[in-house]
Design a protein around this ligand. Structure first.
Ligand code: NAP
Length: 252
């Protein structure tokens, strides 16, 4: 039996777990960071919580007799991805990364790509035109990534996250708890209702949260897009199906 660790927390990781439980000779074990109060549960065996860095993960992989690892974490979860690369290399285990493609700018979009959340906050202080001072911000970077915006006193933020956001928060804000998928009509209505001037997002990619970008285009709003952290040196596929094929090939 090939025991395969899926580092999860994404829809791709859940889809992969569902495919692997049906694969003869393969036993998937999904791992979640434990960030959400009520995470969507993958099929098959599951564990929750950090491993204790790359060394802790290496020890855990050996103790659990894991034979291959699939890193299907969020594109911005750089620490656990690095731990997976280090631990699998130390043990000589095969590692595959599942990464959905990032979003692509289309005709009619007004995107400003920035390398970090800090750069996004800086750009907000510089944005502004005669028509709009870009003061009302729709911030969708996630509940753990708000500190860089906390000192922006001039702006008002609509902060959307799944669970209540971590402190510190900007002085002027409203929190809106919601979990995708989001519809185009819903996103347009939300942005209109709150008279949003600018959207801030990470380049997470994927269909579940893409409607906000189309809504921003329809409403001619600028979008600040935070680029992904650099990719690591490991083979990458884009879908759960491709990852399941890889698992089948290394398991036999
Ligand atoms: P991270 O910074 O890579 O991970 C921090 C620590 O959490 C890791 O070092 C590890 O602890 C533990 N960890 C992370 N993923 C794990 C997993 N699948 N299983 C077990 N332990 C895990 O990742 P993050 O803190 O989860 O998130 C970082 C960024 O990704 C943030 O920007 C966040 O918003 C984004 N993110 C977004 C979503 C989403 O659905 N939108 C989901 C996840 C993350 P040890 O070192 O102790 O092993």
């Amino acid at each position: 039996m090939a025991r395969v660790l899926i580092l999860g927390g994404t829809s791709e990781a859940r889809a992969l777990a569902a495919l692997l439980v049906a694969l003869p000779g393969v036993e998937p074990v999904s791992s979640l960071a434990g960030r959400l109060a009520e995470p969507a549960r993958p099929e098959g065996e599951m564990r929750i919580g950090g491993f204790g860095g790359a060394t802790g993960l290496e020890r855990w992989l050996a103790a659990q007799t894991i034979t291959a690892v699939v890193d299907a974490t969020h594109p911005f979860a750089a620490t656990i991805s690095r731990s997976a690369a280090v631990a699998t290399s130390a043990l000589g285990l095969p590692l595959l990364v599942v990464r959905r493609p990032g979003w692509t700018e289309r005709d009619g979009d007004d995107w400003r790509r920035v390398p970090s959340l800090t750069a996004a906050a800086q750009l907000l202080t510089e944005l502004g035109s005669g028509r709009s001072q870009a003061e009302r911000v729709f911030l969708t970077t996630g509940r753990q990534d708000l500190a860089p915006f906390a000192s922006l006193a001039r702006h008002w933020f609509l902060i959307r996250s799944i669970d209540p956001p971590d402190e510190p928060l900007p002085a002027r804000h409203e929190v809106f708890l919601a979990r995708g998928p989001f519809t185009l009509d819903g996103e347009r209505a939300l942005m209109r209702q709150h008279r949003i001037d600018v959207l801030v997002t990470k380049d997470s990619g994927g269909a579940l949260t893409e409607a906000k970008l189309t809504a921003a285009r329809d409403l001619s709003l600028p979008v600040i897009v935070v680029d992904r952290p650099p990719a690591l040196d490991a083979p990458v596929v884009e879908t759960a199906n491709a990852a399941a094929e890889w698992v089948a090939s290394v398991a036999n």
